[in-house]
Design a binder for this molecule. Structure first.
Ligand code: G1P
Length: 290
């Protein structure tokens, strides 16, 4: 039976962050600050604003800071209370109450598909979302909420997609799809990080997925693919052969915050929008001779 509601989200956070070295040598890339919040908090907030109740984070060695961030911080909270810092205390307390958090460790970085497989028992037999912390989507309606609406209509997996330039297709899973309407595509096939000349389209999968538990069986079947890793894309290929999958061009602005330049762009734009910093930061940027 197809279940209707998506309550669980998996956030893979065991990656080594090699695109961001050296800062990620001993610090999780998910904890890099976008203005004043770590990247992973934006992603969790998007999930929660989309109706997610349980957040499953796939971690690994060196990622303890993530668990601490979403836990209560007793000494800090006591200190803020004693010093009458009410508003920041409220903000800090809110973080640990965002959702029910659970953690599972991926002992070896064997790829995105393998990371998701690690969450199999925690997900159980229900549809679930996957959010990748590298992709930050600034949208009026949260990106995942937009996708859940599609899932609730079609009862089939939904992948967030975006158009990318030809020389960028090598960084993404690329879909071969048939257009249903201006934002929706039916996915016939996918290929992980193709050469630009072999890419079936310019429609790249960005880091948001609504998946069904059948995908775990597919991931158990796939052999190591691109870069010797168990690729989620390869599991989805099998799924696409067996039933419908949809690609949805999400509304909003997407940043690849796992890349140094993308992260800088996101930092500047989020800082400009920040109610406390925006005005002064804008005038500072204006004063730079570029
Ligand atoms: C992963 C997926 C890829 C997807 C991308 C989105 O790649 O394997 O299919 O397009 O995320 O960000 P990664 O960026 O982890 O190399």
């Amino acid at each position: 039976m197809i279940k209707d509601k998506v309550f669980k989200a998996v956030i893979p956070a065991a990656g080594l962050g090699t695109r961001f070295l050296p800062v990620t040598k001993a610090s999780p890339k998910e904890m890099l600050p976008l203005v004043d919040k770590p990247l992973i908090q934006y992603v969790v907030e998007e999930a929660v604003a989309s109706g997610i109740k349980e957040v499953i984070i796939v971690t690994g060695r060196g990622k303890r800071a993530i668990e601490d961030h979403f836990d209560i911080s007793f000494e800090l909270e006591e200190n803020l209370r004693e010093n009458g810092k009410k508003s920041i205390l409220k903000e800090i307390r809110k973080i640990s109450m965002l959702a029910d958090f659970c953690y599972v460790r991926q002992s070896k970085a064997k790829g995105l598909g393998h990371a998701i497989l690690t969450a199999k028992n925690l997900v159980g037999d229900e549809p679930f979302a996957v959010l990748l912390g590298d992709d930050i989507v600034d949208a009026e309606v949260p990106a995942l909420r937009q996708m859940i609406r599609i899932y609730e209509k079609y009862h089939a997996p939904v992948l967030a997609i975006a158009r990318v330039k030809k020389d960028e297709v090598k960084n993404y899973g690329i879909i071969k799809g048939e257009k249903i309407n201006s934002r929706l595509f039916s996915v016939e096939d996918l290929v992980e990080k193709p050469d630009p000349d072999d890419a079936p389209s310019d429609l790249a999968v960005i880091g948001r997925y609504i998946l069904v538990p059948e995908v775990f069986g597919m991931l158990e079947m796939v052999k190591p693919g691109k870069n010797g890793e168990i690729q989620l894309t390869d599991g989805l290929r099998i799924l696409a052969k067996r039933g419908p999958i949809y690609g949805y061009l999400v509304e909003g602005k997407r940043y690849d915050a796992g890349d140094k330049l993308g992260f800088l762009k996101a930092t500047v734009e989020f800082a400009l929008k920040n109610p406390d910093l925006g005005r002064e930061f804008r005038s500072y940027l204006g004063s730079l001779v570029l």
